[in-house]
Design a binder for this molecule. Structure first.
Ligand code: AMP
Ligand code: TRP
Length: 348
């Protein structure tokens, strides 16, 4: 599949609007924070219209324990707010409260081609060897993601590196819909993948992504981890015996070292080059404690605020409900127009 070509002014008719989502399929990790949440806050603070969604309908593409899903959804909302999302300035809600996502998702199942879906690497990774036993929802997952984005005519989608292919599929769906119905109705949104840590790797294996679903808790830093747990996980993180090099090229074949440097850079707001310049020639005996201190200093206030927010689940539910009402107001006219373009009668 060729990601849809966009003419320079393709999105000119659309106001800049950001949409992104995170699955409540477990607790959030440092990967989610650096690759997504932290950048969501920056976008909000740049004054762009921002819509953020806790994608519970995506989470159930693999079975979720109902009580855990409810908890993880509230905890994700608490993480967004604790990280700096203001639920008044941004729209913050959980996906299943706005039924238009599922409706537009179905429509896009009829736009997306099987050949496109068959190329999705996340499906292959998640379904594994036993793909016959994967849910149909897991296969259709990217077309629901396209619906999430296009339901709001979003033009920019901040994500981590692993979601690039899904945003490209979204572009193809938008372009095909516009082409098939001879309209310029959907924008062709841009993935926004920026910063020093667009792909945070496992602390146990520098070739694997840090993930909330990794069986080893030592592989990740959770946003709910205590200061002691964070420091201990960084101390025990897998590394090599070499000191840090004096330039970034020296990290090329050292995935674990590179990962820790990138994490340091993303947390401190410096470039990886600046971090290397500061620690060149030092071993991990010096670098790891510095990284642990930095991680604790940045994450502890977020964890503390999450705990405070989680003590009042009714307030979190109120915020999500308010966000869902505002999201629905934007989504409904876009869904109605989509159905009309396709020839569906709307007469009630
Ligand atoms: P997920 O947890 O799969 O719902 O991901 C939510 C967001 O976090 C997406 O934008 C992902 O690309 C991003 N993300 C998840 N894991 C990582 C990671 N290890 N490094 C960077 N970004 C990540
Ligand atoms: N698929 C994304 C992930 O796992 C989550 C997601 C769902 C999303 N809908 C989205 C991200 C829309 C960006 C925009 O990380």
């Amino acid at each position: 599949m060729q990601a849809a070509e966009v003419k320079a002014d393709q999105n000119a008719a659309f106001a800049p609007r950001i949409f992104s989502g995170i699955q409540p399929s477990g607790g959030l990790t440092l990967g989610n924070y650096l690759g997504a949440l932290k950048r969501f806050v920056e976008k909000q603070n740049e004054g762009i219209e921002t819509i953020y969604c806790i994608v519970d309908l995506h989470a159930i593409t693999v079975w979720q324990d109902p009580e855990k899903l409810r908890h993880a959804t509230r905890e994700a909302a608490a993480a967004f707010i604790a990280a700096g999302i203001d639920p008044v300035r941004s729209v913050l809600f959980n996906q299943s409260q706005v039924s238009a996502h599922a409706e537009l998702g179905w429509i896009f199942n009829c736009v997306a081609r099987l050949g496109w879906m068959n190329r999705m690497t996340q499906f292959k990774d998640k379904a594994g060897k036993n793909s016959e036993n994967a849910s149909l929802g897991l296969y259709a997952y990217p077309s629901l993601m396209a619906a999430d984005i296009l339901l709001y005519h979003a033009t920019m989608v901040p994500v981590g590196e692993d979601q690039k292919q899904h945003v490209e599929l979204t572009r193809d769906i938008a372009a095909k819909f516009n082409h098939d119905y001879k309209v310029d109705f959907f924008p062709v949104p841009e993935p926004v993948i920026e910063g020093a840590a667009t792909r945070v790797m496992s602390l146990r294996d520098g070739t694997k992504k840090m993930s909330k679903s990794d069986p080893s808790d030592q592989s990740r830093i959770n946003l709910t981890d205590s200061a002691d747990a964070i420091a201990q996980k960084i101390r025990k993180a897998r590394t090599d015996p070499e000191p840090l090099p004096d330039n970034i090229d020296g990290l090329k074949d050292r995935p674990e070292a590179r990962n820790l440097v990138n994490i340091y850079a993303a947390l401190s707001g410096e470039t990886a080059e600046a971090v290397i310049a500061q620690f060149a020639g030092q071993g991990f005996g010096a670098f790891k404690p510095a990284l642990a201190d930095l991680a604790v200093a940045k994450l502890e206030p977020i964890t503390t605020e999450m705990t405070r927010l989680m003590a009042d689940p009714a307030e979190i539910d109120r915020i999500l409900g308010d966000g869902a009402r505002r999201a629905d107001e934007i989504a409904q006219p876009i869904l109605a127009r989509t159905l009309d373009i396709m020839g569906m009668i709307r007469s009630r």
